[in-house]
Ligand binder design. Structure first.
Ligand code: ARG
Length: 586
């Protein structure tokens, strides 16, 4: 058991013990929080005094008598109407950090969750034969971070990339390719991602033009959809070509995003084809779905259109075709019954909220989502341009994700080059990518997912303010100090008195475990981002106020190096959980 109890948890425990000693029957929560005046403030006595009809200041004074001080708590005093101000000892701060640093698993003393389960997370789900755009960026970036956070807490995580690889447009594409066999003529292995995509894009546009202008082609294309869904081998083989081609492209974009997407985790809409009939049969037999004008529908009391008429979830269209909902319902059955998930997470655009509300409710009625299973859409907001409107090119088209990423890398490379002192050209290229992609991810992750945010590259690659570049520089600066220290190694000296800036930094570093636990439990990477920014800021003030290599005594030099080191390791681990690299030199 390498987990380290945080100072906050220990102080909380001490106060709870004192409260119970004074008021044995009360459920005594001291309501502890970090405070600027002392290290912590406890506000819980006010409510307890009210209940016991006691004078809060007097009660507070009596509780103070019961608090054991010395080793952990330096001082506790009554303040204001009956708050407690608590200061912890310098020794406890350093000793606790030393215990984190010594964690043999390198987890900085962060515990595993007490009761981990199995989460199936649906994220990074682009569509076959289509360009990836900024919406796909958010799903991928948020999803990747949530995967890392959950795995870090010990959760079993199954990743599902529910790509759009099924449906009517494939009939059109396949038919077109069948009639124009040379248009995708090359060996896949020789084709780069972007080439693959521009081939598909060209093909899609040509097919669409023909589909819209030629009635006979349209009929042939429609027939092709039926062949596809019926599993005609030739049609399936052609379809597979599109999927493979698109995957080459997806992988190239995910690689640029510095993100590991594994082929077996790509289970697109087509992966549930075999289940669709049965899903519909089960829904119809149980009466959850009913036939309405030929279509199989699920109705909801509280979901109505502007005309007051109910808006149903259509599971099967009147022509017999299955849509998006049938696939998602089948996926729920697969994830709950076969993969044994107790949590289903969907990192999907907020504009699909109604779809998921209806799908979840349908699955509950059908008994596929029992009480023990949580289904959550982690809905994210829209990426906006600088003008505050949904991000579009000047021509009004959706922006290609690759173009954005390339621009971010280019801008970041310029920043790195300008600051570079001893970096080679190759290093500048490598760091430029790490800084640029980090900037894009951080901008996304540092605002709460549900909110829209502006895609503003100037702000994202700025060295000042709440950016990944700022955090990466803080990390690199620490590494440079550690290198300069040469033979002198970081070492904790709990007997040393700490300066205010050291205390503030140390207390914050000690909160890492709580922050990770909260961030993972709430699927809220922005909380971790805010924590890391605060850590880097506290480090900056520590560095301004406390000389490290020129500190007064050798022990103090070692202890300050130790504070540098634990800060760096926390930054590194925290950024890794956001999917962001921390280069050793910048
Ligand atoms: N491919 C969809 C899109 O681009 C997102 C899929 C979301 N996942 C799901 N299970 N419906 O909008």
């Amino acid at each position: 058991m390498a987990s380290v109890t945080s100072l906050t948890a220990s102080v909380h425990q001490r106060l709870a013990t004192a409260l119970t000693a004074k008021l044995p029957q009360a459920a005594a929560d001291p309501l502890l929080r970090r405070s600027d005046r002392a290290d912590y403030q406890a506000n819980g006595i006010l409510a307890l005094a009210k209940k016991a009809k006691a004078n809060p200041r007097e009660l507070a004074a009596q509780v103070v008598e019961k608090v054991v001080t010395g080793d952990l708590i330096e001082d506790v005093e009554v303040s204001g109407p009956g708050f407690l101000n608590i200061t912890v000892t310098d020794r406890a701060i350093t000793a606790n950090l030393a215990a984190r640093a010594a964690d043999p698993e390198g987890r900085l003393g962060v515990p595993y969750a007490e009761d981990p389960g199995t989460t199936v997370i649906d994220y990074a789900q682009p569509n076959v034969a289509k360009e990836m755009h900024v919406g796909h960026l958010r799903s991928a970036v948020i999803g990747d971070s949530v995967v890392k956070l959950l795995e870090f807490t010990g959760e079993s995580v199954v990743r599902r990339h529910h790509i759009g690889d099924w449906g009517t447009q494939f009939g059109m594409l396949i038919q077109y390719l069948d009639e124009h066999p040379h248009e995708l003529d090359h060996k896949a292995a020789e084709v780069t991602g972007e080439e693959a995509m521009s081939n598909l894009d060209r093909l899609y546009k040509a097919a669409r033009r023909l589909f819209d202008s030629d009635e006979e082609f349209k009929t042939r294309a429609r027939r092709r959809v039926v062949d596809l869904q019926a599993g005609d081998p030739h049609t399936l083989a052609m379809w597979q070509k599109f999927v493979d081609e698109s995957k080459i492209y997806f992988f190239s974009v995910f690689e640029k995003l510095d993100m590991e997407i594994r082929d077996p985790d790509i289970v697109g809409e087509s992966g549930y084809n075999e289940m669709l009939q049965e899903t519909c049969r089960l829904l119809e037999e149980s009466g959850v779905a009913v036939r309405s004008e030929g279509a199989l529908c699920v109705f909801f009391d509280d979901i109505r259109g502007p005309d007051g008429n109910p808006v149903p979830l259509i599971v099967q269209k009147s022509d017999g075709g299955f849509g998006y909902a049938a696939t998602d319902l089948s996926a729920i059955r697969d994830r709950v019954f076969r993969l044994k998930a107790d949590t289903l997470l969907y990192v999907v655009d907020a504009r699909q909220a109604l779809h998921f509300k209806m799908v979840f409710e349908t699955a509950r009625r059908a008994g596929w989502l029992g009480d023990g299973v949580k289904a959550i859409q982690l809905a994210f907001g829209t990426v906006l341009g600088k003008d505050g409107k949904p991000f579009k090119t000047r021509e009004g088209e959706t922006v290609r994700l690759v173009d954005l990423l390339d621009e971010a890398i280019e801008r970041a490379s310029a920043v790195v080059r300008e600051k570079a002192q001893d970096l080679s050209e190759q290093e500048i290229t490598e760091r430029g990518a790490q800084v640029g992609i980090g900037a894009v991810k951080y901008a996304d992750l540092s605002t709460s997912a549900s909110r829209d945010y502006k895609f503003d590259l100037d702000q994202m690659v700025s060295l000042h303010g709440d950016t990944s570049v700022y955090l990466q520089y803080a990390y690199a600066r620490i590494q440079s100090i550690l290198r300069k220290a040469g033979e002198v190694r970081p070492a904790a000296h709990p007997e040393l008195a700490l300066a205010d800036a050291e205390r503030a930094l140390g207390l914050h570093a000690d909160q890492f475990a709580e922050t990770v636990a909260e961030t993972a439990a709430e699927y809220a990477p922005h909380k971790l981002a805010a924590y890391l920014y605060q850590l880097a800021s506290l480090y900056t003030s520590f560095y301004d106020k406390c000389p490290v290599l020129k500190a007064e005594t050798p022990e103090q030099v070692e202890n300050r190096l130790f504070l540098c080191d634990i800060t760096a390791r926390t930054l590194h681990q925290g950024m890794a959980l956001l999917g962001i690299r921390t280069p050793e030199r910048l």
